[in-house]
Design a protein around this ligand. Structure first.
Ligand code: HEC
Length: 225
């Protein structure tokens, strides 16, 4: 029961605040309250991400994903640290816990949206005409989540050629919550933001959708001749 409540709380905090950013949200707490003693004079050093993670005389002070077992959180939660100073405000103690429970990352992880390549048509000559009346290869993207997802910045590849969906046209490039969008593989990018500079019928053997980082695969399908 307790675990369930904690998970729910964590989930809500996450939605409200997004992910905690170490540099702008956590390091500034240490810099304002801790580095006067935990500078570079031996023992625990709290001046940078790597020194925090390196730990002190008792070893690691951060256990990623487990704030309760992290010595640093225990010390600030009990008020033992900052030594000889008032305890940190609860909001900062909770923020440190949330950062640890999100994995104690140096840089927030990219949260990859869930999208599916639902259907595709290669060598399309009769089925569905695109917006300019041409019969092009297409793929249908399905968004099963309850939040709209803008494809801007994501890359489509057929395994040979690739092109990114341009930004700045969210009214065209957004897949509605629970909805679909067609992306055309017609080598006609000038026709609009959903036209990829590749043709499935030109020998490509797969469709791959990459996240905005260019490397995380959101979904992919392979197909034969
Ligand atoms: C007035 C000086 C002072 C301040 C300010 C201070 N500390 Fe400390 N802290 C110490 C001393 C002294 C020790 C024991 C020696 C050591 O391990 O470095 C210690 C120990 C610790 C330890 C245990 C390290 C280990 O390896 O056993 C942690 C964790 C810690 N402090 C975290 C913090 C955090 C986080 C802050 C800021 C919110 C903070 N401290 C502020 C003086 C201070």
């Amino acid at each position: 029961m307790k675990a369930k409540v904690q998970i729910l709380l964590f989930f809500c905090l996450n939605i409200l605040n997004g992910q905690v950013d170490y540099t702008s949200q956590i390091q500034i707490i240490f810099t304002s309250n801790c580095t006067g003693c935990h500078g570079n004079s031996g023992g625990l050093t709290l001046t940078s991400y790597s020194s925090v993670m390196a730990g002190g005389n008792s070893g690691a002070v951060i256990v990623p994903n487990d704030h309760a077992n992290s010595l640093l959180w225990q010390k600030v939660n009990s008020g033992a640290m900052p030594q000889n100073n008032p305890a940190l405000p609860t909001s900062q103690i909770d923020l440190i816990a949330l950062w640890i429970d999100e994995g104690a990352l140096a840089i927030p992880a990219i949260t990859t949206p869930t999208l599916f390549i639902n259907e595709f048509m290669a060598s399309n000559d009769t089925t569905i005409a695109d917006t300019s009346g041409e019969f092009a290869d297409w793929v249908e993207i399905y968004n099963p989540s309850d939040e709209a997802v803008d494809l801007a910045g994501m890359t489509f590849s057929d395994g040979v050629d690739a092109s990114a969906i341009p930004a700045g046209l969210p009214n065209i490039t957004t897949v509605p919550a629970g909805g679909f969008i067609f992306v055309w593989f017609d080598k006609d990018p000038e026709e609009g933001p959903l036209h990829i500079d590749a043709k499935l019928s030109d020998g490509g053997e797969s469709v791959i959708l990459f996240d905005i980082d260019g490397t995380t695969i959101i979904d992919s399908i392979g197909f034969g001749e």
